[in-house]
Write a protein that binds this ligand. Structure first.
Ligand SMILES: CC(C)(COP(=O)(O)OP(=O)(O)OC[C@H]1O[C@@H](n2cnc3c(N)ncnc32)[C@H](O)[C@@H]1OP(=O)(O)O)[C@@H](O)C(=O)NCCC(=O)NCCS
Length: 254
């Protein structure tokens, strides 16, 4: 995209936003920084000092709180509520009507029924590491971290950190599988190791003791041999060798 459209603020306040698409009904604070190639759709609100990377999409009616940080290529779907101080690394998908909370013990008023001000509570945020996906209408209760390439099922309520590549579902969310970077559930490797294999890409994943999740195997030879095999037969007929468990990381932390 290569057009600059007014964000509805007065001409004096509105910064030039080269290569950004902001539709007229969107409400984007003048101090929000929006990366080139990004699009902000109808009735979405992006608050003061939010920082969005390149090629981000903020869908209809979505809310991006003050100072929220989003890396390149994030997609926030319609009516999702990303309350500050959420932090999204690159490539994070936030499904429709998702809620990232920011107040663990919310109250509208103090004990004497006087209104709570911004100083009367401590905001806590949701952190999403790169490539993570949050399914439709999921609720993530801050403070919580969704690990790299993890996936939260539609309708889940996340109350604990989610390790990289975990697929969690339910209320409260529990791990039901592992997923690869393509988003597909992984299958156990057929070589007798603890490795996992993506049925779509053939990528191998191994346990990452640092995070409690999985990480992409770095054993290039194993990857190459597996990738060369026809996918339908891969894992059944090929012996890709032993991934090097002590030397593996996908470098996927935020
Ligand atoms: C979680 C998800 C990825 C699982 O997909 P899948 O691997 O094809 O899983 P299946 O449909 O085979 O279900 C596997 C099990 O998980 C359960 N399950 C699936 N989705 C679930 C969900 N959202 N919440 C709770 N349980 C779920 C199934 O009931 C099934 O349980 P069972 O083995 O006891 O019968 C998928 O259901 C999902 O929620 N995707 C997110 C969709 C979304 O929100 N997209 C956003 C853009 S519209």
């Amino acid at each position: 995209m290569n057009e600059t459209i007014s964000d509805g603020s007065s001409a004096d306040e509105t910064p030039e936003r080269e290569g950004v698409r902001i539709v007229d009904s969107a409400d984007v604070a003048p101090t929000a920084v929006i990366g080139e190639g990004s699009a902000i759709w109808h009735l979405a609100q992006v608050r003061e000092d939010a920082r969005l990377g390149r090629d981000c999409i903020v869908g209809r009616g979505a809310y991006i709180g003050s100072g929220v940080e989003m890396g390149d290529g994030c997609k926030v779907q319609n009516y999702a509520l990303v309350y500050e101080p959420a932090r999204l690394a690159a490539g994070v998908f936030v499904g429709p009507a998702v809620v990232f909370t920011n107040d663990h013990f919310p109250r509208a008023v103090n004990g004497d029924l006087s209104p709570k001000s911004a100083h009367d509570w401590e905001p806590v945020g949701v952190t999403c590491e790169q490539g993570a996906s949050i399914g439709a209408r999921a609720v993530c209760i801050a403070p919580v971290t969704i690990g790299a390439w993890a996936m939260v099922a539609a309708g889940a309520t996340v109350t604990r950190d989610v390790p990289p590549h975990a697929l969690v579902a339910g209320v409260p969310a529990r791990r039901i599988a592992w997923v690869g970077r393509a988003g597909r559930p992984l299958e156990p490797a057929s070589d007798g190791t603890d490795a996992w294999v993506c049925p779509e890409t053939g990528e191998w994943y191994v346990e990452d003791r640092m995070t409690g999740g999985l990480a992409l195997a770095q054993d290039a030879a194993a990857q190459r041999q597996y990738a060369d095999a026809p996918l339908a037969a891969a894992g059944e007929t090929q012996d890709p060798g032993q991934p090097q468990q002590d030397d593996t990381t996908d470098g996927a932390t935020a």
